[in-house]
Design a binder for this molecule. Structure first.
Ligand code: ADP
Length: 161
């Protein structure tokens, strides 16, 4: 099977990576689709976010990283995937994710969204929490891949000087 994992990944966390690894075991091929969303003014540009993911998934043979803008279902169709993957950390994710999944099914009933629960020790992780910690000089190396931690350090150190 081929599954699409769409998201902002601004930046990639160990929670995202855990989901990608587990999905590649369960489904085979994983297409990680990075939303280019310039309106959201991402912290890391598209190239940086793609680089972080490609770098951290190089040990996984059947993972592709692409960018997309527009509708997830359009991307799913173009990529010829069987399923769409999203993660659930807590009840707070559920309402939003359910709304998106229902919307996508009304647009394209052929695509089911399936959810993987985050690993318990990573359920607190989000890109925004990681950035908040890094902005104030906190340790993030247990939250993100090494290369992302370095880029966060560089980004927020240069913002201070
Ligand atoms: P978006 O802006 O589309 O929500 P994110 O990069 O924040 O993009 O998240 C992409 C997906 O990954 C979402 O389904 C989110 O619930 C999931 N996710 C985020 N962090 C984790 C985590 N720590 N464990 C498992 N899934 C996660």
């Amino acid at each position: 099977m081929r599954i699409l994992y769409p998201g902002s990944f601004d930046p990639l966390t160990l929670g995202h990576l855990d989901l990608i690894e587990r999905a590649s075991i369960l489904f085979g091929e994983v297409v990680v689709a990075v939303l280019s969303n310039p309106q959201k003014a991402p912290t890391f540009n598209l190239e940086e976010r793609i680089h972080h993911i490609s770098n951290s998934t190089s040990h996984l043979k059947k993972v592709e990283v692409i960018s997309f803008d527009g509708l997830t279902v359009t991307c799913a169709r173009e990529q010829k995937v069987d399923l769409i993957l999203r993660g659930l950390r807590a009840l707070s994710d559920f309402e939003y994710e359910l709304q998106i999944a229902h919307t996508n099914r009304t647009l394209s009933p052929e695509f089911e969204t399936i959810f993987l629960a985050s690993s318990a020790h990573q359920s607190f992780l989000s890109s925004s929490v990681v950035k908040e910690v890094a902005r104030f000089g906190g340790e993030v190396r247990h939250m993100v891949p090494e290369a992302v931690a370095k880029d966060l350090l560089r980004l927020f150190n240069s913002a201070l000087t």
